[in-house]
Ligand binder design. Structure first.
Ligand code: ATP
Ligand code: MG
Length: 247
């Protein structure tokens, strides 16, 4: 099961992803891959993890190897496996993969294709994968897997954020097709405010998450969301995640 958390900037994607990671970390016997696809690396911080190497670092190393010559594709696949393993930060049954900040280093399409296959292979080795996508749809499109099973759209109660979620759903339908989608309305004042959002959209609404002081505190004090205690926001996010089938 591969779930991607998508939405406009600042709506709560990383918060939702971090709560999902926490929930998965408590599922003994199930290995979970957590992909921080935001170049800013917010999810690693939210989980209190420090990646030694990002996927982009790995990409650069491969490019260097190709430049140095003397490597055929078979060799490359083997070293790629090794490099990818190095880019994983493990904690219990969780493994974090940080994408990092790509800078344009010319066209290495072939390298990127190999890399994409490798990531897909990597996701195949885990029982669940969760992707904290960069704001917008780009990541689902280009870098991250074409085999996302569920696109979890996150918005706040603003019309703008809901519109972005709707646009992402349209793009996802075109690109991937057949996957599940649902909207989680974050930071709603109450059920009435969330209800108004639901009436204004044709998206399937999975639920709503209240503004929550515990989340604010954990964010403000940079505490690990792996330690987030039970609180209204966590409960609402977990309920929504259960509906997606991830947990
Ligand atoms: N339910 C909530 N209650 C209180 N604060 C929240 C809630 N959800 C998110 N926040 C806060 O809102 C801010 C933005 O949340 P978050 O970083 O999860 O959004 P994001 O979509 O990942 O942003 P970006 O697009 O910049 O990556 C953070 O400071 C976070 O603590
Ligand atoms: Mg984020």
């Amino acid at each position: 099961m591969i779930l991607s958390v998508c939405g406009k900037g600042g709506v709560g994607k990383t918060t939702v992803s971090a709560v999902a990671a926490q929930a998965l970390s408590r599922e003994d016997g199930r290995r979970a891959l957590v992909v921080d696809a935001d170049p800013a690396g917010g999810l690693a911080v939210a989980l209190g993890l420090e990646p030694r190497k990002t996927l982009n670092d790995v990409r650069k190393e491969i490019i260097e190897e190709v430049k140095a010559g003397g490597r055929d594709e078979k060799d490359l696949a083997v070293s790629l496996d090794y490099l990818l393993a190095e880019a994983l930060t493990e904690q219990g049954n969780l493994a974090l993969l940080s994408i990092g900040r790509p800078e344009d280093a010319g066209c290495y399409c072939k390298v990127n294709v190999i890399l994409k296959d490798a990531i897909e292979g990597l996701a195949g080795r885990f029982d669940a994968t969760i992707i904290d996508a960069e704001a917008g749809i780009e990541q689902v499109n280009r870098k991250v897997l074409s085999s996302v099973d569920y696109v979890l759209l996150v918005s706040d109660t603003s019309a703008k954020a809901v519109k972005v979620a709707r646009t992402i759903k349209g793009v996802a339908d075109q690109m991937i097709g057949g996957q599940g989608t649902g909207l989680l309305v974050n930071r709603a004042r109450d059920a009435d405010e969330a209800g108004a959002v639901e009436r204004g959209t044709d998206l399937d609404v999975l639920g709503w998450v209240p503004e929550d002081d515990t989340v604010r505190r954990f964010d403000g004090e940079e505490l690990s969301f792996l330690e987030l205690p039970d609180c209204p926001a966590r409960a609402a996010i977990v309920t929504a995640l259960e509906k997606t089938g991830l947990i």
